[in-house]
Ligand binder design. Sequence first.
Ligand code: ADP
Length: 624
Amino acid sequence: MKSFKTESKRMLELMVNSIYTNKEIFLRELISNSSDALDKLRFLSLTTAGLPSEYKIELTIDKKTRTLTISDNGIGMDKTELEENLGTIAKSGTYALKKEESDKKADEKATKTTAKKGKGSKTTTTTGPEELIGQFGVGFYSIFMVAKGATVVSRKYNAESAYKWSSDGVEGYTITAAQKDTFGTTITLTLKDKDSESDKLLDPNHITSLVKKYSDYIRYPVVLDSKTINSMVPIWRKTKAEVKSADYDEFYKSNYRDFAPPIKVITANIEGAVTYKLLAFVPSQAPFDFYTKEHQKGLALYTNSVLIVQKCAELLPDYFSFVKGVVDSGDLSLNISREMLQQDRQLKAIADSLEKKLLSEFKKMLTSEREKYEQFFDVFGLAFKHGAYDNFGANKAKLQDLLLFKSSKEDKYVTLSEYVSRLSDDQQNIYYAVGANLEASKRIPQAMSVISRGNEVLLLTNPADEFLVKTLGEYSGKKFVSVTNSDISLQSDEDKAEVAKATEKSADLLSKVKEELKDSVKEVVFSKSMGGFASCLRNEGEISIEMEKILASMPGAMPFATSKILELNPAHPLINNLTAYMQDDSSAFTTLCNILLNQARILAGAPLDNMSAFVEDINKLLCK
Ligand code: ADP
């Protein structure tokens, strides 16, 4: 006997002992696997002679032996495939990754629970087995929620011999030679010992209702007692009136292994230059690997209900990579090879039409289902942002109206068109502030100053955001301008006059401060656009302090610094102190110059070169 790989064992434990209530989904998992196996053989039959003309999935119930059998005449598995597919799970290592995460969460919870002990709280792991089943394609393993043992007898298409995989679901499995006349796979489950739940699975009526509930759309007959019990019409070929939204949710969940229903279902029946049916889903949560290299975009491509490719990447631009679903078109030639498909003109035409369709659906969602759209944007908005700046902004015109930004007005999401519609006629800029989070970006002194003058500021918190606004450049004739950019002057005429007067009076002070700070800043000036603080940093040119941090953190980055201007607020009492120190306490003057610079760096979110020196400087002045 071979034992299961460690991860599989752990998964099995979770599964067998799970309190997961939806045990019946095992049937849908097995039927889906059979359907996939039939798809594969049917695809071959397009180009190969002598394959079965009839494809089906057969269910058999035997009350005496308490067994339930699922049999298909699909592609089958050879010995290696039995071993690889049913002996281990999560080959890609994604399970390990998730496990680490869930262990960490469990640890955190356990710590919290210990603290609360005695108050009747109980420990629960945050990643339940159902979530794992959902995310790692461990569909087959779900049989162990209902079965105490299973055999899988399979004969691969074109192979001489068959093999039998058997397991009692705990320790491991054996693979032995077996006898099977036809190609395909037969799975026999020995149900768990007598209890009402397992007994139900021996009732043909109950099995029929499960098939109708979960697998009705399967394109092959699911046969029980010589009767076909599913309707066999693929769900995307039914009219919208025939399908309940719960049916779409069920189809989505079983096909895309998600436990949450999709946030949006998009259906279309396109006729014209190209003809196809579309059933698309927008998940309500990002798949765990969505923002990694492992994630593969694509829609299932069918031609007249025959599956051509499970994940056809060519159908979706990258910025729609989160969309799942099916395209079924009669326009593609039936015996097209998967390689040829990539250059197919029809496919390109479908992809173009699909892109337009999806864009218009998202626009519709933004206007008529704003709350839902915001939830969607929280999860997948980054894909649109990337899409808008990728390829030097080639797709920005398509995407800019689908972008949302948090704004200083009520902390809510705004679209660019909403922002611009609120501008006064003479305001030419779209102001933005970059910070580590919303609070930080709002509290940048210059942002406070801009906001206090009644302007709305877009608050950017994601490293991608700044690249994005730089690539967009402008929207509706208004330029994107950082609040820390030296090009903008937000001072009233009164302020300007005050600043000019102070500058004239204290020219000596400004040049002494600059001398003191040497190359740390390019210039030291007075200004009144810093929301009441004593000092702040403004950057000259294109690269902001936030961007500088990002660039510096990139592998192989060259050290460089943006040219920064230190602005001092002439109305702040500290500047009076500074003037006094300049005259009679040169050591305190040096200390205060450093403090003013470092305060400004902190406010701008820039790192300090020497934290302890900064603290010492403050203490020195406090002790005076
Ligand atoms: P998933 O279906 O997500 O890949 P499963 O654990 O359900 O995960 O199945 C693992 C693999 O075993 C499948 O991908 C498929 O290659 C193979 N398999 C399962 N059932 C069958 C079947 N009835 N016929 C042929 N291959 C099958």
